[in-house]
Design a binder for this molecule. Structure first.
Ligand SMILES: *[C@@H]1O[C@H](CO)[C@@H](O)[C@H](O)[C@H]1NC(C)=O
Ligand SMILES: *[C@@H]1O[C@H](CO)[C@@H](O)[C@H](O)[C@H]1NC(C)=O
Ligand SMILES: *[C@@H]1O[C@H](CO)[C@@H](O)[C@H](O)[C@H]1NC(C)=O
Ligand SMILES: *[C@@H]1O[C@H](CO)[C@@H](O)[C@H](O)[C@H]1NC(C)=O
Ligand SMILES: *[C@@H]1O[C@H](CO)[C@@H](O)[C@H](O)[C@H]1NC(C)=O
Length: 313
């Protein structure tokens, strides 16, 4: 605790005690939305001429995608990097333009990705790899151990540590999302509060789309003996969200379910805004005629995350 408090000596604190009774100070992480009060309120991508202040609505990236993975292994099981039982995992929160095109790595002063992908942008610019302290430490600096704990349960990388994936998602996508611009935080901006804020927004968005539960509610559960049709999968998710998400499949004939992207328009800032589900603008890569495999995970690749061992709740 002493280390975190020292790092944060210059930050404005709200005193708080954690579950263990330790007193420490948690700095604020929110954008300054005072100026948004006088702005017309409109869903992103629905009346772009109304959006004069890009701190108040994601612009131009107003088609907001909440992307999730269904992985069956992490490759780092031996290090304890496991998948959450009965849950899909977080991929990210992406700012597509209203027409479905997108930009990436928009601010190299906030480039924290150790392994940029792509490493060269379409215009030929090389994205410089990052060698500094991990984004994981940014979260610790803001004493958001609760957030870090959640991310380590639900935001899981494959073949590399989780923190590398988190850094990638922030630098590739959040730097192109206008409501996370440093300028939107006003003169009291504390370095990296936009990073912590983005991760909080991603978690909130992810929680709006409990894919595992929505599919299971329609009788669609992981299985190594039964396949499902693309229609069955899409219908189950549309029945709960009101829109058809993008489903991504791998395998030679596109028969292995791997990804879902929920498309949205957002009312207000992405940090706090209401999401409205929109049909996918991208055609599914899953096979429309063959059965789709929603594979059961290897039992040793997943663990229970919904209860605390010893049981507080
Ligand atoms: C927030 O922005 C408003 C102007 O929109 C400004 O008057 C106010 O001082 C800012 N507050 C902080 C804490 O920066
Ligand atoms: C779009 O916003 C502008 C500016 O606020 C407003 O004048 C116009 O009526 C809006 N258009 C629609 C279709 O809502
Ligand atoms: C792909 O589909 C074709 C035609 O149904 C089939 O012959 C082939 O075995 C399939 N490949 C895989 C890897 O499932
Ligand atoms: C679906 O499977 C058929 C073989 O049955 C194959 O010809 C077709 O290319 C596959 N479609 C996709 C999207 O992979
Ligand atoms: C199900 O199949 C997948 C893909 O082949 C495999 O990785 C996994 O271990 C299998 N799970 C079970 C429970 O058999």
């Amino acid at each position: 605790m002493a280390v975190a408090a020292g790092v944060l000596a210059s930050v404005v604190f709200a005193a708080q005690a954690n579950a263990f009774g330790w007193n420490f100070d948690v700095p604020n992480t929110y954008p300054n939305i005072s100026a948004c009060v006088s702005q017309p309120l409109t869903y992103s991508c629905e009346n772009t001429t109304a959006i004069a202040d890009t701190c108040c609505s994601p612009t131009p990236g107003g088609l907001v995608l909440q992307a999730q993975y269904w992985d069956t292994y992490t490759g780092l099981e031996s290090e304890g990097q496991l998948l959450p039982k009965d849950s899909w995992t977080i991929h990210g929160l992406w700012p597509d333009n209203c027409d479905g095109s997108y930009t990436q790595y928009c601010d190299f002063s906030r480039q924290y990705d150790p392994d940029p992908s792509p490493s060269v942008l379409p215009d030929g610019t090389t994205v410089p790899p990052y060698h500094g302290t991990s984004v994981e430490n940014f979260i610790r600096d803001f004493a958001r151990f609760d957030l870090l704990d959640y991310m380590n349960k639900y935001w899981i990388n494959q073949g590399a540590p989780n923190r590398d994936f988190w850094a990638h998602e922030f630098s590739k996508h959040a730097t192109c999302t206008s409501t996370f611009d440093v300028a939107c935080y006003g003169p009291d901006y504390q370095e990296h509060q936009d990073v912590v804020d983005f991760y909080l927004a991603v978690v909130r968005a992810f929680q709006k789309f409990p894919t595992y539960q929505m599919l299971a509610g329609a009788g669609i559960v992981p299985s190594n003996t039964t396949t499902y049709s693309l229609d069955q999968l899409q219908d189950a998710l549309q029945a709960q969200t009101g829109a058809v998400p993008y489903l991504g499949c791998g395998g030679v004939n596109g028969t292995i379910l791997e990804e879902v992207w929920y498309f949205n328009h957002v009312l207000g800032v992405e940090q706090f805004g209401q999401f409205k589900s929109i049909d996918s603008t991208t055609t599914s890569t899953c096979n429309t005629t063959l059965g789709i495999w929603y594979y059961a995970r290897t039992p040793t690749s997943e663990h229970e995350v919904r209860t605390i061992p010893g049981g507080f709740f």
